[in-house]
Write a protein that binds this ligand. Structure first.
Ligand SMILES: Nc1nc2c(ncn2[C@@H]2O[C@H](COP(=O)(O)OP(=O)(O)O)[C@@H](O)[C@H]2O)c(=O)[nH]1
Ligand SMILES: [Mg+2]
Length: 518
């Protein structure tokens, strides 16, 4: 096996706590119906525990496969499929179909950071925003639960203000979006109408056209969740056509219930039909390798290496490749000691951080021949020892594919191989693996197409999200488009700083204009 050639779409589930995300993921990947009290979610957790690979991550990811059936329908390849118990099995059973990776962003969505990270991390092709069908669910629940269970945080209804805020965020970020109305079984006609009105109003003011998928009447059994019929596929295809040229042209809306199974077939059909946007720049296999690190996994026990997961931004990554890993921020004249990353790196001199361009830095360079020792940053030469694409061992990873990469130190530059603790102790998400050393920067210029920018005043602190990078930053200068002069901050020190476990890099696609890297 060299690489996986079939289409791989990445989907992110978002929406407030209790909006039914994990349940929906359970229903899609296990083909089981929920009981309204977390059955689907629990059975998936149990299942995942059984197949756990010892890898932990801040997001839950599951893989779905779709395989064309001879009668024009599509078979769902998931854990309910015969002989499927792992992602490898899903690869095998979907070999001539295609794959969908679904991320369920964990963490409390009340914290905006987690929400945004879920929308930006792993560069999803599509965002599925889960919104419960009815506003009146809270009162509904309180009534039924008075004789049942006391209202605990676990069965509280989600906050509808939060729903509005999340929809607003998705629209402002101009994300390719699908709205999934969940818990249709709990909704009264009036409740559903109120919810839909809110959504349609929000879409209208963002100039996005809604496209509601009609559910077929009739009962849905768990067996039926395994196949997507031609009618559903045809409807989803029509809904997806306008999205081929412009993924933001419309917003498909699917009405679902994980309890009675309604609309689940339509959701499968849509996941099957949605186009996977591909930038031309991403697909060029001649481009140099840039791999965005999203997560760091347990260190290889035997070798001085580490496993990182993420997305190949460009190029074609192969086993045996020698790459540069970084940037590692080092304290300027400080020894690279074990605890040096615990201290905030400080430069002894004041003055703006170096952000001039380095001639030749992005041209072909003979590895080992030139090594730009930029002040305060360091790159480590590593060698790729194995690659997995969606857990399947492969010889190479293609542009825009995600996977895990095992790397070992290849520090021939300094003639020695550093012990693993030194080589990889300070590896952070947000770093990159690259063929040639990119120019890391501590400042960036962003342009905004809007008026209400009071919160971006000079001196203010912000959080910057670029691909897999999340970093604290401070605004040091600002200028209105029609004003010739800029406002500067005289307090010139670190502009970017470590935000917990992240570091800063600037790839060729760095933007801060509200768009994420697709
Ligand atoms: N009646 C009904 N309950 C649902 C449905 N989907 C989810 N639930 C329930 O809603 C609760 C929260 O669901 P969960 O998936 O954990 O929400 P999350 O926080 O968004 O992941 C659980 O008790 C589920 O059983 C549905 O379609 N109908
Ligand atoms: Mg959940």
């Amino acid at each position: 096996e060299t690489s996986v050639a079939i289409e791989q779409k990445r989907i992110t589930l978002t929406g407030p706590t209790m909006s039914g995300k994990s349940t929906l993921l359970g229903t899609l990947t296990m083909s089981t119906l929920d009981n309204g009290r977390g059955k689907s979610r629990l059975s998936m957790l149990k299942h995942r525990h059984e197949i756990a690979s010892g890898v932990t991550s801040s997001v839950t990811q599951e893989l779905l496969g779709y395989q064309d059936a001879p009668d024009g329908s599509v078979e769902v390849v998931n854990y309910a499929t015969e002989n499927v118990a792992s992602w490898i099995d899903i690869h095998v059973a979907s070999a001539s179909g295609h794959l969908v990776l679904i991320s369920d962003s964990a963490g409390h969505p009340r914290y905006r950071r987690t929400t945004i990270r879920g929308l930006v991390g792993w560069a999803p092709h599509w965002t599925l925003l889960c919104i419960p069908a009815a506003d009146d669910e809270r009162t509904e629940r309180q009534r039924t639960s008075s004789t049942d269970l006391p209202l605990s945080p676990l069965n509280a209804a989600p906050d509808m203000d939060l729903v509005g805020a999340q929809l607003d965020l998705c629209l402002r970020l101009r994300l390719p979006l699908v709205v999934v109305i969940t818990k249709m079984d709990t909704a009264s006609r009036t409740g559903l109408r109120q919810t839909l009105t809110k959504i349609l109003d929000a879409l209208k003011s963002a100039a996005r056209r809604p496209e509601i998928l009609q559910n077929q009447p009739g009962m849905v059994s768990e067996d039926m969740l395994q196949y997507v019929d031609e009618g559903a596929l045809l409807q989803a295809y029509s809904a997806a056509v306008p999205l081929l040229n412009d993924p933001t042209a419309t917003v498909p809306i699917v009405l679902t219930s994980a309890l009675d199974g309604s609309g689940i077939g339509n959701l499968h059909a849509l996941l099957h039909e949605l186009p996977a946007p591909r930038e031309d720049s991403v697909t060029t296999s001649s481009a140099l390798n840039v791999f965005h690190i999203e997560d760091i996994y347990t260190k290889l026990a035997e070798a001085d290496g580490v496993i990182v997961s993420g997305r190949l931004r460009s190029g074609k990554l192969a086993v045996g490749d020698v790459l540069l890993l970084g940037p590692f921020l080092t304290a300027y004249s400080q020894e690279d000691s074990e605890d040096s990353d615990e201290r905030t790196p400080r430069r002894p001199s004041s003055g703006l951080p170096t952000s001039r361009s380095f001639p030749g830095a992005l041209r072909d360079l003979h590895l080992g021949a030139h090594f730009y020792a930029l002040p305060g940053q360091e790159w480590k030469q590593v060698k790729v020892t194995s690659i997995r694409n969606l857990r399947l061992p492969v010889a190479s990873l293609l542009a825009d594919q995600v996977g895990t990469v095992a790397i070992v130190a290849n520090d021939q530059l300094h003639g020695t191989v550093l012990p693993s603790t030194n080589a990889f102790a300070r590896i952070r998400k947000g770093m990159v693996l690259a063929t040639v050393q990119p120019t890391a920067t501590k400042t960036l210029v962003a342009k905004f197409d809007r008026e209400d920018l009071a919160s971006l005043a000079v001196g203010n602190h912000v959080v910057v999200y670029i691909a897999s990078v999340r970093a604290s930053a401070r605004i040091v200068s600002a200028r209105a488009p029609d004003s010739p002069t800029a406002t500067h901050d005289n307090n010139e020190e670190e502009h970017f700083s470590f935000d917990q476990d992240t570091t800063v890099q600037q790839g060729p696609d760095a933007t801060l204009d509200g768009h994420h890297d697709k």
